[in-house]
Design a protein around this ligand. Sequence first.
Ligand code: ZN
Length: 244
Amino acid sequence: MILYDPDLKIFYSTLINDNRFFGGFGTRALGDGRNIDTAINFAQTNIPNFKTIVIPEQIHSVNVTNFTANLIDNVERVSETDGIITKDINSVLTVITADCSPLMFVDKKQGIVGISHQGWRGSVKRLGQKMIKKIIELGGKKENIYVAIGPSIGQCCYDIDDERYYEFVSEFDGYADKIFHRYQGDLHLNLALLNYLQVKELGVLEKNIDHFPFCTNCDKKRFFSFRRDKKIDYGEMLSFVVKN
Ligand SMILES: [Zn+2]
């Protein structure tokens, strides 16, 4: 289940969070994730033992980095990556999104955490599945992996052109009737469902997947949205996961 914590201004998954694992999907109220102070302030206040905040340079790739802190600095940037996994204790993995889909992963038995950012490019190239494969390479087991799919643009608002539609259909032939719907003549994509189907296809148990029911573009009060606000003052939501 996904719940809201009004004090921390984050949504979180009850499948992920316990006394060892702490993850959250930040809201607009938490501040703009593009500003490094948003993550630093949050960690200093709410993650007492944090050592490092890990910030990927997101480039809409399917690159996954296996991160180990070098502990020289409180903030470590990882170049050209959209997915990070770690066995570190107290390294806070982050991504920022505004309509793209953030995914959070934990294998509690092996003590592995991961986070990834995928818009349509990362989703069509199956970044979520790549994350799971990398977690398994690190010793994780698919039946022990929990996944939380964070807030993204909903199918209500995500219309795509024909060229992109055919790119998806050639990659996800069996999914097409599930992930595409027509609204007033336009094709709309359900990005969260696509990522859900991908992680399920790789063997993550249905009961171990949490997903987020709202749309970033529709809910201006809670979320930034690139599509909605790109011409005005758009920001990005900060998401994070850490093992204590
Ligand atoms: Zn919407």
